[in-house]
Design a protein around this ligand. Structure first.
Ligand SMILES: [Zn+2]
Length: 337
């Protein structure tokens, strides 16, 4: 009896202590809510799973390594070396890699390039495409100094930034098997286009590598895709690209939701400029590939000032963390349903 009564008392005491602790915890939580500086809202449906860490400094180093090869102009030794370097990194990350040659003839001129295709979990039927262009523009024709407009663009932001984020994603996908099939595509021959090509067929178009890719792989249909272009500027600002917002609004919302979840505030909730980029050949075939691109373009765009000193690891990190949340958060959540 006594023992039993004493045990009951102990239980009651524990319950009381437990209730007291709960009240204190609730008060502390309420106080924290009250004093917390406003930040991104944390949605209550975030799955309790570990996300791999996107290392922004790695990405910045990967951008620098590309710039150090020199301008990646098709047909130059720097372009060849960069292609081999990207392919080698992808293979080392454990991806299955294919080098897909592209030949384009235009106005009696022949352009040769190589798209690189890298896959993680080739057996998965649901696949997500992540892409960027790896070539750089042969001429800095937007340079403020007319005397420098025939020089090549260094391509730190326009070329290297997107590739850098993808290569860091490759490392991460190799170390942490993604819950969905991931294809990384590095397009060549994106950035030699001439202004006015849409209405004048004598002018060389942009996005030749991705147009060739879509043509060569008519049965390749990922669930959706995200193209990265100019995602590393220190003043990164990413409104929703116009064609993407129009043709694939649900994918745009999904990616911006991922950005919101990780507090990547460079992704702003407004529609920006419409850009003819590597996503267009996919959109034309009804494959929802969206473009994550800074608009208006940074003032280094197609100038000799598109150099490493304008890039920032924080910017690359925002884009990388968004992709990690998209894949290891939102896609994992879908796969577990
Ligand atoms: Zn460009």
């Amino acid at each position: 009896m006594a023992a039993s009564s004493s045990r009951r008392q102990t239980v009651q005491t524990r319950v009381l202590i437990g209730a007291g602790a709960l009240v204190i915890a609730l008060l502390a939580f309420a106080a924290l809510q009250f004093f917390r500086t406003p930040g991104p809202p944390i949605p209550d449906d975030m799955p309790d799973v570990d996300r791999p860490v996107f290392r922004a400094q790695n990405a910045l180093d990967l951008a620098r390594a590309q710039v150090e090869f020199g301008p990646r102009i098709p047909g130059t030794p720097a372009h060849d070396s960069t292609r081999m370097w990207i392919a080698e990194r992808l293979r080392r990350s454990g991806a299955r890699v294919a080098e897909l040659p592209v030949t384009v003839t235009h106005g009696g001129e022949t352009l040769q390039g190589t798209n690189l295709f890298a896959s993680f979990d080739t057996t998965a039927t649901r696949r997500i495409l992540l892409a960027a262009h790896w070539d750089t523009r042969p001429v800095a024709d937007n340079d403020p100094d007319p005397a420098r407009r025939s020089e090549p663009v260094p391509g730190a932001n326009d070329g290297a930034s997107g590739v850098a984020v993808l290569l860091e994603m490759a490392r991460l996908c190799g170390e942490h098997p993604p819950p969905v099939g991931i294809d990384l595509v590095f397009f060549d021959l994106e950035d030699a286009g001439e202004t006015g090509f849409e209405s004048d067929s004598t002018k060389l178009p942009y996005a030749l590598g991705s147009a060739a890719f879509v043509q060569q792989n008519p049965r390749y249909r990922p669930a959706y895709g995200v193209l990265l272009d100019m995602v590393g500027d220190r003043d990164l600002r990413l409104p929703k690209e116009g064609y993407s917002a129009q043709a694939a609004p649900d994918i745009v919302e999904r990616v911006w939701e991922a950005a919101r979840r990780v507090g990547a505030d460079a992704f702003v909730d407004e529609v920006g400029g419409a850009v003819f980029d590597d996503h267009i050949p996919f959109l034309q075939r009804g494959i929802p590939v969206i473009d994550v691109i800074q608009t208006p373009f940074p003032d280094t765009w197609h100038t000799t000032a598109d150099t490493m000193d304008r890039l920032d690891a924080v910017s690359l990190g925002q884009v990388g963390r968004t992709l990690v949340e998209l894949i290891y958060g939102m896609e994992a959540q879908m796969a577990s349903r």
